[in-house]
Design a protein around this ligand. Structure first.
Ligand code: NAI
Length: 308
């Protein structure tokens, strides 16, 4: 099986690194617009095979979509971050053009492809990819909630002094500092609600730290994070390629589910060889329903910029 990753920058390369170490695909194609960049990253990673003992092949290319032919999955991380003086609308415009042309090229060479969108603003870029490609909705997946949920589990594990892997906790809604919804009332440890172990202040602190998780890292590192984003993206790709049927929060097209339609938003879904297979319902209380609707409003405002 072949996996293509568009954008060989921080997140794209880390995704590839996670995938080859676990032999998830026979072949990985890393594609970037910057001359020689993906080739260099791919060679560097390929040279770890003798040390790490994996069989996956990785190839880097500069804008050569023919090399991506026959891919089962593609990940899109290409785009630019917001520069000083740039409005959000200008960023959306630039990244929208990139995502649209990348999707078109991918589909031309791999008509059965499943596409995982990482580029920001992710929910809007996922909606655009779906609308511009005309692909069935199940083959377009936005990765954001998987990362946010991992960060939520990290914050819970720190406070509870428990293993993050033992926690059951998800973040739904938009993939943004103010639009994501860490569902603390639904979170459990050893089947017990985490709220049984935490004061309301501690719960508020965990939710807040989760929501500003990305921004906190950006201010510490000086640029946006890549280890957890790359690991989260690779986990989604692995569930598709290995048909694992794992449960992730992903940005998918809603047609009435969770009270929303004609929008891509993060909800729990099963991911397998079909892409996202089905939405897993959760019973939200009035407070969380209201938060979800507000989140949808914010993402819709962003989507409307595309239509202007
Ligand atoms: P980066 O700047 O390190 O890498 C982006 C790469 O895309 C660059 O190498 C650039 O040359 C390439 N590129 C630009 N236009 C291209 C085109 N038309 N075709 C092919 N390649 C192209 O950025 P980084 O840190 O890897 O982030 C990538 C994107 O992912 C950003 O939009 C970022 O905001 C987003 N992101 C999303 C997350 C999520 O959870 N959804 C988490 C972290 C980052």
């Amino acid at each position: 099986m072949k996996v293509t990753i568009v954008g060989a920058g921080a997140v794209g390369a880390t995704t590839a690194d996670n995938l080859i170490r676990r032999n998830v695909a026979e072949e990985i194609v890393l594609l970037d617009i910057k001359e020689g960049f993906a080739e260099g990253k791919a060679q560097d990673m390929a040279q770890t095979a003798a040390l790490l003992g994996f069989e996956s092949k990785i190839k880097g290319v500069t804008n050569d979509y023919l090399s991506t032919s026959g891919s089962t999955v593609a990940v899109i991380t290409s785009g630019i971050p917001r520069k000083p003086g740039m409005t959000r609308e200008e960023l959306i415009g630039t990244n929208a053009n990139i995502v649209k042309s990348v999707v078109e090229n991918l589909v031309k060479h791999s008509p059965d492809i499943i596409i995982v969108i990482v580029s920001n603003p992710m929910d809007t870029m996922t909606y655009l990819a779906l609308k511009s490609s005309g692909l069935p909705k199940n083959r377009i997946i936005g990765m954001g909630g998987t990362l946010d949920s991992a960060r939520f589990k990290y914050q819970l594990s720190e406070k509870l002094n428990a293993s993050a892997a033992d926690l059951n906790a998800i973040v739904i809604g938009g993939h943004g500092d103010t639009t994501m919804i860490p569902l603390i009332k639904h979170s459990t440890w050893n089947s017990i609600p985490v709220t049984d172990f935490l004061t309301p202040e501690e719960q508020g602190e965990i939710v807040h730290k989760t929501m500003v998780g990305g921004a906190t890292l950006t201010s510490l590192i000086g640029t946006s994070a890549w280890y957890a984003p790359g690991a989260a993206t690779a986990a989604v790709v692995e569930s598709i390629v290995r048909d694992q049927g794992k449960l992730f929060t992903a940005s998918v097209y809603l047609e009435g589910e969770f009270g929303q339609e004609d929008i891509n938003l993060g909800v729990p879904v099963i991911i397998n060889k079909k892409g996202w297979d089905r939405i897993v319902p959760i019973q939200l209380d009035e407070e969380d329903k209201e938060k979800f609707n507000k989140s949808a409003e914010a993402v819709r405002t962003m989507n409307n910029v595309l239509k202007e």
